[in-house]
Structure formats: C-alpha cells, structure tokens
Design a protein around this ligand. Structure first.
Ligand SMILES: [Zn+2]
Length: 177
C-alpha cells in the first residue's frame, strides 16, 4: 500500500460509537455539490450555493458527543433543530469535536466569524437561544482543519467521511437506532 493510501485510511475513522459519551463542542462540515433551495423550518427558504457549510454545536445531554454526532449522521429523522432541515438534503464531509466541561459553541462561532473567506448564509440558524448571528457558515473552498484548530486553540479529534463511507453508514448501524 502506498503512503498516500495509508494516510487516507488512517484518516477515516468512521466508527462513531468510538466517540466518548462525554460533553463537548463540535463542528460539522457539510459538502454541497449543486445549487439548491432548501426550507429551514420557520426561518424560510434559502438558496444554498455549492461549497462547504460549517455548523457549530455542543452536546451536553445524555450520551454526550457520541449520541449527538450519531444523530447528525442519521439522515432521515424527525426534524427538531434547524440543522436537521439542512442535514436531510446535504452530506456530512467531516466532523471535528473536542471534549469539554463547559459550552464553547458560541465562543467557537465568534472565532469562526473572523476566518477569512467565511460567510454567514442563513441568519439565526442554530442560534435561537443565543445572541450569535448564526451557527452556520459557508466557505466556497474546503476549509483547512489546521486553521480551525489554531483558531479555537484546542485539539480537535476528527472524523473524515467520504462518499463510500457515507453510503455504508446509510446501510449500517450508524443510521439505524
Ligand atoms: Zn451562539
């Protein structure tokens, strides 16, 4: 196996059940290949351009990050949060998370806002309960994970999902309850 393939395989760590059931903050990176209009609950309809979408959330309920990220991987489910409307139409490309004792999602949002080239496509998505402009960001190019890390100043664990893994997840235990 070539070094490149090795790197690719070690990079893919899809088994969400290995995520610790602890509290923390996460960033979901979605990829959208084609322009599409999507209705985000009561926020209304928005036109989503091709590119990468970043959603920042935190998990402090039972099951912690494991349960929350597992839920995000399930494409069809009862819509509860704004992000669920987007998730039903879009693929997860990458997930980054950090186990933390206190909620840092809004702090992460404030740092992400200042990253060059990042814009806010849907005002108030995921931020009904806080004063953030939105918890969703758009980036036309693939966001650089190392720049996330230096931005939030903590180590991120990471799951990279590719098309083949996405199909496998749909068929396997990640998408079922
Ligand atoms: Zn917020």
């Amino acid at each position: 196996m070539s070094t490149a393939q090795n790197l690719l395989n070690t990079d893919v760590m899809l088994d969400v059940t290995k995520i610790e059931a602890k509290s923390g903050t996460y960033v979901l990176v979605f990829y959208f290949a084609r322009k599409k209009e999507i209705e985000i609950g009561k926020l209304g309809k928005f036109l989503f351009c091709p590119g990468f979408y970043l959603y920042i959330g935190s998990a402090f309920g039972s099951g912690g990050l494991r349960a929350r990220i597992k839920r995000h991987f399930r494409k069809s489910k009862k819509t509860h949060w704004h992000i669920d409307y987007l998730r039903s139409e879009i693929e997860i490309f990458e997930v980054g998370f950090s186990i933390q004792g206190k909620k840092e999602e809004c702090y992460w949002v404030s740092l992400f806002e200042s990253i060059h080239g990042i814009t806010c496509p849907v005002p108030k998505l995921g931020s009904s309960d806080c004063s953030c402009k939105s918890h969703l960001f758009y980036c036309s190019q693939k966001p650089n994970f190392l720049s996330f890390q230096s931005c939030i100043r903590c180590d991120l664990e990471r799951i990279v999902v590719r098309e083949s893994e996405i199909s496998r997840a749909r068929a396997g235990n990640i998408t079922s309850r």
